[in-house]
Design a protein around this ligand. Structure first.
Ligand SMILES: Cc1cc2nc3c(=O)[nH]c(=O)nc-3n(C[C@H](O)[C@H](O)[C@H](O)COP(=O)(O)O)c2cc1C
Length: 257
């Protein structure tokens, strides 16, 4: 096998112990996370919000380019507008807190520079630096009017006849999918974090994105931001969950080949 930046195992003197986790407690977190549509008037402590927001930033993400932003809507005026933009749905209206999760489709060049800075200071293996200097622009820069993406698509088609090759992202719509994947993983981190801290959430995509963007303003929305989800947070009310969790047979969704 020819060694390259992806296949070579770097020479590194670094280990990280995996702590022992109580699997039953984790199972409880997963199973008790439900989409809550009605919350009590209990407030969510600042530390709980901060922990969940930090947990969001710890989610795995593509090339560690962190294509997201988490906007905690604290101002009462902004909250009113976001609730309205969420179509006044009970899950938003009765929530103590709201967080808007953005997927940033065009912010990767600045994060890439930051990564290069961090890696340079930490004497990271040369492969990591060249990944950010060479491969990242090649993979994520689609060029003006998607021209680079289009040329990449043609090149990929021919290279792909001979060997496995990543087929994308090779267009702006691929970049949207790219950013939303990572942002959605961060949303899940946040939901599990709130649950583990004794609070509840509801992820929402039932909103008017244009209105939410107007509330957040152009500075927060820079970097080609799109609204991935709005997350409502609070303590579940007795009537907050609309019935037992419904899932189809596992066989419908799990395949083993
Ligand atoms: C991307 C996404 C968008 C959603 N949008 C809404 C929404 O706008 N309003 C709502 O009440 N629930 C929304 N939900 C919650 C789903 O309806 C809910 O997850 C599903 O019914 C399963 O229920 P459970 O979360 O309690 O397991 C959304 C969930 C996801 C993942």
């Amino acid at each position: 096998m020819k060694e390259d930046i992806l296949t070579k195992i770097p020479d590194m003197d670094y280990t990280e112990e995996a702590p022992v986790i109580d699997a039953n407690e984790f199972d409880k977190v997963i199973r008790s996370r439900r989409s809550v549509r009605v919350y009590t008037n209990d407030s969510v402590p600042q530390e709980v919000m901060e922990t969940a927001l930090e947990h969001a930033t710890l989610a795995p993400n593509s090339s560690n380019l962190q294509p997201w932003r988490f906007v905690w809507i604290k101002s009462e005026e902004a909250k009113k507008k976001v609730v309205e933009a969420c179509l006044n749905q009970a899950a938003a209206r009765t929530a103590s807190e709201l967080v808007v999760i953005l997927a940033r489709t065009k912010a990767w060049p600045s994060v890439k520079e930051k990564m290069i800075n961090v890696l340079t200071k930490s004497e990271a293996p040369r492969g990591a630096l060249s990944y950010y200097r060479k491969i990242v622009p090649l993979a994520y820069d689609q060029g003006f009017l998607n021209i680079k993406g289009f040329l990449k698509k043609i090149a990929i088609l021919f290279i792909g006849f001979k060997k496995p090759v990543p087929r994308g992202p090779a267009s702006y719509s691929d970049m949207r999918v790219w950013a939303h994947k990572s942002a959605a993983l961060a949303c899940e981190n946040m939901m599990l974090s709130f649950r583990a801290q004794g609070f509840d959430t509801c992820p929402m995509e039932g909103f008017d994105e244009k209105r939410i963007k107007a509330v957040l303003g152009s500075k927060i929305m820079e970097g080609g931001s799109e609204v991935c989800m709005v997350l409502s947070v609070g303590k579940r009310a007795d009537n907050g969950i609309y019935g037992p969790q419904i899932r189809m047979d596992k066989e419908d969704f799990i395949s083993i080949i």
